[in-house]
Write a protein that binds this ligand. Structure first.
Ligand SMILES: [Zn+2]
Length: 401
């Protein structure tokens, strides 16, 4: 199956729409889908693709047909005739072969960082409440972009950053972008930047577990079970670090009674998303395995001076954004460990060079950390571990949102 994308002003929009098209059940029987668009991607994207990745993402779309992006010349060779003038649906020549990939060691090793705060109860301290966040992000761009230009564009056109489709601005939007940029220019000169810092994703969760560790280190006597702090690597490459840790845990797997993951807990203001505000918190997976665990989290929240209002919308079965399958908590859940992913939501700086610390809502980030500490104390001190409401499934089965 060969798709072509016409060059021109709409090429980026067509490329953005391809993902949905490729998952159309019509093409489920295809052996391979080739998209003749490599020359439209730009040098940065081509370099990224050529660099390969740590995982082949079969988790989100396990039945997806293998897809390759090729040049028009390669597509013509596959088809056995020039692309120009070939009508849609025209048959090419039969091809056979196998699809594979080459495994090469990564140049710089990335590691999970694990710490234990030993509980005080001689029996229960063999059990752990895991508090996690991820320490990796999405690298850097080869071509620098101007911070304020990107932000002015994303504010109008891509309010969820990289999770919004990339498209040209309409004429009206272009006027708003220009106006926003002009006001930013009065304050800042152009600031070219190529580093995706990940202050929120997931610097926020990372500093939160550090702060919780520091606080709890001084209150061990209050704690019966032990706390397991895990700073995961490779989340952005397909939950690689948490996958490795849960496959090869450094404590007996069944001694982990629950897990709380914090990923992007530093934003969520009214400026960041329409439903945002000081009490905004997305909660995913909390009650899927253990209602009791979800209720302990709710009780910890209710005990806060200003509780969050839990948004369970993204936990809904079949939600198209697939958050349940996109955060590290899932790797614990697949082994039957009650787990939750906490997030204060996406925003225009998601996976952009503009995800920087000056946009973090520090006061409310601290409130998330206090909530997580309180929940860890409650689970860690309860008479029994959170009861499972359903039998453990197959940890290698594909994730189902
Ligand atoms: Zn993240």
């Amino acid at each position: 199956m060969i798709f072509t994308v016409a060059p021109g002003p709409n090429a980026q929009r067509s490329l953005g729409a391809l993902g949905a098209l490729l998952r159309n059940p019509r093409f489920a029987g295809a052996g391979l889908i080739a998209v003749a668009a490599l020359d439209l991607l730009g040098p940065e994207r081509v370099a990224t693709l050529n660099a390969g990745r740590l995982t082949v993402d079969t988790m989100m779309y396990p039945s997806a047909v293998p897809t390759v992006i090729v040049t028009p010349e390669a597509a013509a060779a596959l088809l056995g005739r020039p692309l120009e003038g070939a009508a849609p649906g025209v048959a090419g020549r039969p091809l056979d072969g196998t699809i594979g990939f080459v495994r090469v060691p990564v140049e710089y090793a990335a590691r999970n960082v694990v710490a234990v705060l030993r509980g005080s109860d001689p029996k229960l301290r063999q059990q752990y409440v895991a508090l996690t966040a991820h320490n990796d992000h999405v690298g850097f761009d080869r071509a620098p972009v101007d911070h304020d230009s990107l932000r002015a564009y994303d504010r109008v056109v891509r309010p969820m950053g990289a999770d919004s489709p990339l498209r040209p601005a309409t004429a009206d939007e272009a006027v708003r972008i220009r106006r926003d940029l002009d006001s930013l220019r009065k304050r800042n000169p152009a600031r070219p930047d190529s580093i995706r810092n990940g202050a929120d994703d997931d610097g926020s969760g990372t500093v939160s577990i550090l702060e919780i560790a520091e606080r709890m280190a001084g209150e061990r006597s209050k704690l019966r079970r032990s706390i397991l702090f895990v700073s995961h690597t490779g989340e952005e490459n397909g939950l690689v670090g948490s996958g490795w840790f849960t496959d090869h845990p450094t404590v007996p797997r069944d001694s982990i009674v629950a897990e709380i993951d914090q990923d992007m807990v530093g934003r969520g203001t009214a400026d960041d998303l329409p439903e945002g505000g000081p009490t905004y918190l997305e909660v995913i997976g909390a009650k899927r395995l253990s209602r009791e665990f979800g209720e302990q989290l709710e009780a910890a929240n209710a005990a806060q001076p200003v509780p969050f209002v839990f948004n369970y919308a993204y936990d809904a079965p079949n939600h198209p954004l697939q958050y349940y399958c996109r955060a590290d908590h899932y790797n614990y859940a697949r082994y039957g460990i009650p787990s939750v992913s906490l997030s204060r939501g996406e925003h225009l700086d998601y996976h952009q060079v503009t995800d920087e610390p000056q946009y973090i809502d520090y006061d409310n980030l601290a409130r998330v950390a206090r909530l997580v500490r309180e929940a860890a104390l409650r689970v860690g001190n309860a008479e029994h571990r959170p009861a499972l409401d359903r039998p453990k499934g197959d940890p290698q089965a594909p994730c189902v949102q």
